[in-house]
Design a protein around this ligand. Structure first.
Ligand code: GLC
Ligand code: CA
Length: 554
């Protein structure tokens, strides 16, 4: 494997709207990001991914962009963005932007012009098609519910939107569109951004015959992902896109679902389309057959299998981007830990398992504090478009309103979008005004200020984990060492080696009860421990309930 500049880095995702408000409007802003660069630096972060900050009507929280060259005024100005770039650079940190190019906003000038003349130049920037016998061109259900085709009033045309109807899909078969997008990408890279997190990118390739598929729900429609899975050739588009990144040696991390099995090398190999892509295998385990309401519970032993499988597949190919949560998922601490492990030690265990994997760790804002899901009391508290849709899906499936709320609350994207918890003061120190989304009431216990001074806090534990990845003595092993499972079949034990010039062993006891294991060789040094002690007798270790260790072996 070729070595890349970003391999040993640790990344952090900021959801700007919920990070830090500095002007009292209840919405996080760029000034708030600038103000906390030192905090992120002290945590050990190198790369910061900003969820979209472009001009947007915020139907899908900025993933609907109406001007790719503007910073939305709720976040601040382009001058402030430039200041952020400069301040990050001073600290040897890198900023990456979210690149949302499968679709734009219906308020984008291109789309507004297209609506006026679907047969004109801008009509061809999108997918306008005539309906079939008074029906949409095909039977696709969009990712956010309802038909993926929206009728243009007063015409026979429909336009395609894989997400919300306010997010029309861009036509990647039109060279003019590609030219516009590549010019824009170059413009940001010239400014000094280090790369991009690339949104929903697998969706750019369409089957232009837009075939119907067998309905998979009572609405008579079929999930549009069937079309994505059914079409070949996304690689050519991605290769072409890659050339815009190459000359800058930019770092790119892709959001890829529904990849075909044999495409891994093409995607993230040495000369892959992207630097890396997120490992969503844990997230995917929870997908329901019909929606969030029938989401599956994750059993720990299965989770372990998935993680090892993903690691194995990539070992000779490239680096995965490892996560336990992001802005589209519930909090990992609430989702991947059984009730009895939902405490600081359990959270440290989960963090260790993720951060010590081979690949590049991405930490989502607040994860380093152990932030948790928010208990929604009513559907009126939900802002997220996708949660509102899934609530409807649950009701249509016959669930009572209470049951539907309960089901979607567990899985809601708003769980991760509640304001960052900075202090124990009002609104967690996030804003002096009214926060745009309710602050989790556990902020008095879980916040940066408190955890900074508590040596045993989740925050200080994350600092240690990240420091270990960067320790000159262990860096080579933690970054490049092979990952090999240890005692793979032992119930409720997560254990793996990292083998490089040193031999490290990560062991986590995923249960309330103690469990005993025998180390394969003598313990030379304990590098990470979420307990004050380690019960060692010869090479045998009696692990406390939910204890996690990283040890160096002789
Ligand atoms: C990605 C984003 C998500 C957004 C969707 C549509 O999945 O992560 O937040 O809703 O794309 O842009
Ligand atoms: Ca603000």
């Amino acid at each position: 494997m070729k070595r890349k500049w970003w391999h040993g880095k640790v990344a952090y995702q900021i959801y700007p709207k919920s990070f830090q408000d500095t002007n009292g409007d209840g919405i996080g802003d760029l000034r708030g990001v600038i103000d906390h660069l030192d905090y992120l630096k002290s945590l050990g972060i190198d790369i910061i991914w900003l969820s979209p900050i472009y001009q947007s009507p915020f139907v899908d929280q900025g993933y609907d962009i109406s001007d790719y060259y503007k910073i939305d005024e709720i976040f601040g100005t382009m001058e402030e963005f430039d200041e952020l770039l400069a301040e990050a650079k001073k600290r040897d940190m890198y900023i990456i932007m979210d690149l949302v190019i499968n679709h734009c906003s219906d308020q984008h000038e291109w789309f507004q012009k297209a609506l006026k003349d679907p047969e004109g130049k801008y009509g061809d920037y999108f997918y306008f098609r005539k309906g079939k016998d008074g029906n949409p061109p095909s039977n696709y259900r969009s990712y956010f519910g309802g038909s993926a085709w929206e009728k243009v009033e007063g015409t026979d045309y429909y336009y395609l939107h894989m997400f919300a109807k306010e997010q029309p899909d861009l036509n990647w078969n039109n060279p003019e569109v590609l030219n516009e997008l590549y010019t824009m990408i170059n413009w940001w890279l010239d400014k000094g951004v280090a790369g991009f997190r690339i949104d929903a990118i697998i969706n750019i390739k369409k089957d232009l015959s837009f075939p119907d598929y067998e309905p998979d729900g009572p609405d008579g429609m079929t999930g549009i992902f069937h079309m994505v899975e059914g079409v070949d050739g996304v690689g050519e588009l991605l290769e072409d896109l890659k050339h815009t990144f190459e000359k800058y040696d930019a770092f790119t991390v892709a959001e890829v679902f529904n990849m075909k099995k044999d495409e891994l090398e093409e995607f993230i190999g040495d000369d892959g389309h992207f630097s890396t892509m997120f490992d969503f295998s844990a997230h995917e385990m929870t997908f329901g057959d019909h929606g969030w309401y029938d989401a599956k519970k994750v059993r720990f032993d299965d989770l372990k299998k998935e993680i090892f499988h993903a690691q194995k597949e990539c070992e000779d190919v490239g680096f995965l981007a490892n996560i336990i949560e992001n802005h589209d998922e519930p909090r990992g601490a609430s989702r991947y830990l059984p009730d009895y492990l939902q405490n600081e030690d359990g959270i440290k265990l989960l963090g260790t398992i993720s951060v010590m994997l081979r690949g590049i760790p991405f930490i989502y804002q607040g994860q380093e504090l152990g932030m948790e899901n928010i208990p929604f009391k009513s559907i009126d508290e939900v802002d997220d478009i996708s949660t509102l849709d899934e609530y409807k899906v649950a009701l249509d499936a016959g669930l009572t309103p209470e049951a539907a709320l309960k089901a979607v609350a567990r899985r809601s994207r708003d769980n991760a979008r509640t304001p960052m918890q900075w202090t124990g003061e009002e609104n967690a120190g996030f804003t002096a005004g009214t926060p745009w989304l309710r602050v989790n009431s556990n902020y008095t216990a879980i916040n940066v200020e408190k955890e900074t001074i508590d040596p045993n806090s989740v925050l200080n534990f994350y600092k240690k984990l990240i420091a270990l990845r960067k320790d000159p003595e262990y860096k080579e092993t933690v970054v490049y060492g092979a990952l090999e499972p240890f005692m793979e079949d032992r119930h409720n034990l997560m254990a793996y080696y990292r083998k490089g010039d040193k031999t490290l062993l990560v062991v986590g006891n995923y249960q309330w009860d103690e469990q005993e294991i025998t180390l394969p060789s003598e313990c030379k040094k304990v590098l990470i421990n979420n307990y004050p002690d380690m019960v060692l007798d010869g090479n045998s270790v009696k692990l406390h309930g939910y204890q996690v260790l990283v040890v160096e072996l002789a």
